[in-house]
Design a protein around this ligand. Structure first.
Ligand code: DGI
Ligand code: FE
Ligand code: FE
Length: 190
């Protein structure tokens, strides 16, 4: 899909604030794609649609998880973990995006997973560091993002786990797999 049409399409599903965030993710993800070698068109599509389901009601998202055979354990964690897998389902159904790599980058953008490919890492990291984000520690992750994709993703997931623990929230198993996987990937191999 043409970039402007995709942006027009997603805008209808987002608040102004979330749309501005999406533009930030687009800009940042394309820089990371250039730096680390991900397909530009796939990066563009995944970035634009990554938060497509962000404003669906919790009830609608839970129903989709139940009826469409998404992992049922998603229902046992904070509702924030739902919009990424539900978003991947909905952009396929409603927008007609069938590219499995794009869908996977959308699916895993909140939690990550073990063994992410470059596109998945690019979207995961861009979502965390795009210019409109401002939380403690983000500047350090931005700096690392220019040097090493894996260690920057590791810093991001560590911050998220710390944040969730401080908020007394449960940690979805994929988030822990992301941490463990990136620990292995960033280990200096002898
Ligand atoms: O949708 P965005 O705000 O752009 O960013 P996101 O998709 O990374 O979602 C961030 C939210 O997701 C934030 O409130 C923390 C939450 N989150 C991320 N990983 C987990 C999680 N919540 C739970 N309960 N468990 C997780 O593992
Ligand atoms: Fe999100
Ligand atoms: Fe986002």
């Amino acid at each position: 899909m043409d970039r402007n049409l995709a942006l027009e399409t997603v805008k209808k599903h987002l608040t102004e604030h979330r749309y501005v965030h999406t533009l930030g993710v687009l800009e940042t993800s394309l820089k990371l794609a250039q730096l680390y070698g991900a397909d530009f068109k796939k990066t563009e599509t995944a970035a634009i649609f990554h938060d497509y389901a962000k404003f669906r009601s919790k009830d609608e998202m839970r129903e989709i998880v139940k009826k469409e055979n998404l992992p049922q354990d998603l229902l046992l964690y904070g509702s924030e973990v739902l919009h990424a897998p539900v978003g991947a389902f909905l952009v396929k159904k409603e927008i007609g995006i069938y590219d499995e790599e794009v869908l996977s980058a959308i699916y895993y953008h909140t939690t990550g997973k073990g063994n992410m490919n470059t596109l998945e890492k690019v979207i995961f990291l861009a979502d965390y560091i795009e210019p409109n984000r401002q939380f403690p520690g983000v500047e350090e992750v931005r700096e690392e993002a220019g040097k090493n994709l894996d260690s920057a993703c590791l810093m991001a997931v560590k911050n998220t786990i710390n944040f969730l623990m401080r908020q007394n929230q449960k940690i979805y198993p994929l988030t822990l797999e992301t941490y463990n996987g990136l620990m292995d990937e960033t280990q200096v191999k002898k």
